[in-house]
Design a protein around this ligand. Sequence first.
Ligand code: NAD
Length: 322
Amino acid sequence: MKTILITGGAGFIGSNLSEYFLNKSYKVTVLDNFATGHRHNIEPLLENPNFKLIEGDIRNLEDCRKAVEVADYVLHQAALGSVPRSINDPITSNDVNVSGFLNMLVAARDAGVKRFIYAASSSTYGDSEALPKVEDKIGKPLSPYAITKYVNELYADIFSKTYGLETIGLRYFNVFGRKQDPKGAYAAVIPKFVIQLMNHESPVINGTGDYSRDFTYIDNVIQMNELAMTTDNKSGVNTVYNTAVGDRTNLNELVGYLKEFLTEYDPEIAKVEIIHGPNRAGDIPHSLASIDKAKTNLGYQPTHKIKDGLKEAVSWYWENLK
Ligand code: NAD
């Protein structure tokens, strides 16, 4: 039985990965300090004998070493997400996302893990206006958060070249789905809008609503982590992959879909008005991934287009949070 260390495993993506790999008969260790993650995300896993929770901080090298001790693979998800958070407090974002990342690389290298897969980000494309985004053509970062995620890629590359640690970075594009946190100042747009609509409150779209994103359902992200972890294609390792669908949706369309799907549960939601506010600092107008590299090297085939994912997500929020 192989062991996977999932850092940030109490968070949205990490807890979904933990659940999936436990069901696939891996042993799973989670390292998390609950900065933005929640115990309720992993509560059902705590009784599984193949699951272990280590409460610790990736800023502490000893915590990283302890967590990685018996791991075959690392799926590194722990970080402070959100562009606005990093604009408000760049030092903490850097401490966690850069120093914490480096600690994890050192601990993984010293423990001799087979492969280190990490959450990279579409924000690395920065001010590049090229569409679709292709992995080797990036622009200048537009936020402290984007810098931290780009530095992760640079460090991973150097650890591959210098120490022979196998790494793969997955540049996630606006992930959404079950267990994503709808609360707090830095909540992502989809869960925030879902909860607001469920409560008959008007969602606020930053700008006119024509900004678009390659919104990616959690199941596609899980697939990419599994493919990255298990691929035998050695020429597909020590690099980065767009983790997306290859399709874009603007904010007005997104809210339209959410209203449509939620109206099936509560017809009153059709009447909720949308408010438009100012654009947000650090936001890029459009984002759309090329997923050709992942298809060719890893055999990736996204199972959920945005509407499939939104339907499942809306149903989960209705059942769990209404
Ligand atoms: P999340 O906030 O739900 O999960 C992050 C987890 O990391 C949380 O459980 C948090 O408690 C933990 N964590 C934070 N600081 C830590 C520390 N110092 N030590 C240990 N644990 C710590 O966010 P998420 O959406 O699940 O994101 C997971 C990863 O994916 C992050 O690296 C994020 O930057 C990246 N990412 C996410 C998206 C997205 O759309 N959700 C897009 C691009 C990249």
